[in-house]
Design a protein around this ligand. Structure first.
Ligand code: SF4
Length: 247
């Protein structure tokens, strides 16, 4: 295998977001991202780190450091002491390192489930790893939330590609006090065009050191009602790992 990965951290924790909230899993957080969302809560995923921190022992919140980049064989070795049957491939944006993923993921046959957590933009790259994953947690990035450019066409193509593969998928919409009804309506259009039964999570952005914005319950309720008028499975779920004070 010729590719190596730049990884931020490997750890064990309950999933804090989306439909698998509360399920304990092993997380591999990859470096780099093609977005710069103003509410980003994983800034460590955006830049280069010389070392990857690995929780040791699993679940202890104590870490050892190993040098980056990490080979596929080394990553398999590091993961062998984590006993979870669900693996979260997260970031940053994991698809930034799709060459590595397409070499490494086929070896993860002992996992019951591999969950890809992605910003849902790189629709051509995701096709390369769909045979090796079981669930996709896909964001639709709302420009009024992120402060960035719209990615509607990319999100549409991404959603179509994943659905065509038959893989389980749910969509996450991160909302802030700046989120507009228009962006929510566009997201609804994208989802209803393919399947209105796709679970759709409205996730209020958490406060971070650099992002202090907090959406009101009134706005959150209005987004929930708007989505529920068109979509069949809408849930409001904050980032629970922040509430629990875990990784
Ligand atoms: S896509 Fe995710 S990791 Fe990338 S900047 Fe946005 S919130 Fe951060």
């Amino acid at each position: 295998m010729k590719h190596k990965a730049e990884i931020v951290e490997i750890f064990n924790s309950p999933q804090g977001e989306g439909v698998y909230v509360g399920e304990r899993m092993t997380f591999v957080r990859f470096q780099r991202c093609n977005m710069r969302c103003k509410y980003c809560d994983t800034p460590q995923g955006l830049c280069h780190h010389e070392v990857c921190r690995v929780e040791s022992p699993a679940g202890s919140e104590n870490f050892i450091e190993i040098p980056n980049p990490v080979s596929a064989a080394k990553l398999c070795d590091l993961l062998s002491v984590f006993n979870d049957k669900i693996l979260s491939v997260t970031g940053g944006e994991p698809l930034e390192q799709v060459d590595f993923l397409s070499e490494w993921l086929p070896s993860q046959t002992s996992m019951n489930k591999i969950l890809l957590e992605t910003n849902g933009i790189q629709h051509e790259r995701v096709e390369r790893i769909l045979p090796y994953i079981n669930v996709v947690s896909m964001d639709i990035k709302l420009p009024s939330s992120t402060g960035g450019e719209p990615k509607w066409d990319d999100h549409s193509a991404f959603l179509r590609n994943v659905l065509a593969s038959g893989i389980e998928i749910y969509v996450k919409l991160v909302v802030t006090a700046d989120t507009t009804d228009q962006d929510i309506e566009e997201s609804i259009r994208i989802i209803t065009k393919v399947n209105r039964f796709i679970p759709t999570i409205i996730q209020p952005a958490s406060q971070t050191l650099l992002f202090h914005d907090r959406i009101s319950q009134k706005r959150l309720g209005s987004f929930e009602r708007l989505c529920s008028a068109y979509l069949k499975d809408v849930r409001v779920i904050p980032q629970m790992h922040k509430e629990w004070g875990v990784l």
